[in-house]
Design a protein around this ligand. Structure first.
Ligand code: ZN
Length: 258
């Protein structure tokens, strides 16, 4: 049997304990519902742990990150409470090849904005309107198992363009909303050796993370985002000794590149 993918689902875990509507929908927390969906879809192919804001080091110790192939991130109310030290640590692991799946309001998380380098802000409206997610990259592994040209969520929070992100490497889903807006709902990027997927669905007051298509997409994304390829050496370094002799080396100025 192949080694299971090591997945960490991170959640700030705030609304579920402070808001009765959210508590009723996600009694164990959004992280638990997302983890359950991944287990349901991927079974023994994944080994899942969860981590939350209030744990020491937000549950993202060096040890945990070293042993994480893909990290899923959900946050909304407490982005600012995430320590910069941990954010840097996560960024470094992404460069080294750890996959990152940013869900819904994680667009405004420190880690996502840091990796993107833009504000990642957008328009929104909470009216419980219909969303239709069009598949614009059929054949991409993240769309595996979806049937038809789109899928729909009956009641969602609207996110609309302009979404201030760098142009995605791949656009997987484009959402249409009942109220008229459109949004780039599924986007991929690479940073260092790491793969990043942003997936829009998932407001805390709707049962989005129980939806079978949403669960399918998240499971596909986890498999897609896992590290692949050769080792990553991201540190800059001086190579004073050439691999082969240089016939007529120019005299380097002593003070250059100090
Ligand atoms: Zn939301």
């Amino acid at each position: 049997m192949a080694t299971p993918l090591r997945v960490t689902v991170w959640n700030e875990f705030v609304h579920e304990r402070t808001n009765d509507v959210v508590k009723a929908l996600y009694p164990q927390g959004i992280h638990a519902a997302v983890a359950e969906g991944l287990r349901e879809q991927l079974g023994d192919a994944v080994q899942i742990r969860t981590a939350t804001l209030e744990e020491p080091e937000h549950g993202l110790t060096k040890e945990v990150l070293r042993n994480t192939d893909v990290l899923l991130w959900w946050g909304h109310a407490a982005h600012d409470q995430v320590s910069n030290k941990i954010v840097k640590r996560v960024q470094k692991r992404v460069w080294q090849g750890m996959g990152l799946v940013a869900m819904h309001s994680a667009h405004a998380s420190k880690i996502f904005r840091r990796l993107m380098g833009t504000s990642c802000m957008l328009r929104w409206r909470e009216a419980g309107e219909r969303e239709r997610l069009w598949i614009v990259a059929p054949g991409h592994p993240i769309t595996a198992g979806l049937t038809g040209e789109y899928f729909e969520l009956e009641h969602t929070e609207m996110y609309g363009e302009f979404f201030d992100i760098p142009a995605p490497d791949e656009l997987i889903f484009v959402s249409w909303f009942e109220g008229g807006e459109v949004f780039r709902s599924g986007c991929t990027w690479r940073r260092g050796a790491g793969k990043i997927f942003y997936f829009r669905p998932g407001h805390e007051t709707y049962p989005i993370y129980y939806n079978p298509q949403v669960r399918r997409v998240l499971a596909n994304a986890v498999q897609w985002a896992a590290a692949a390829g050769s080792p990553y050496i991201g540190e800059g370094r001086n190579i004073p000794e050439p691999l082969n002799p240089i016939a007529n080396p120019l005299q380097a100025h002593e003070d250059l590149h100090r």
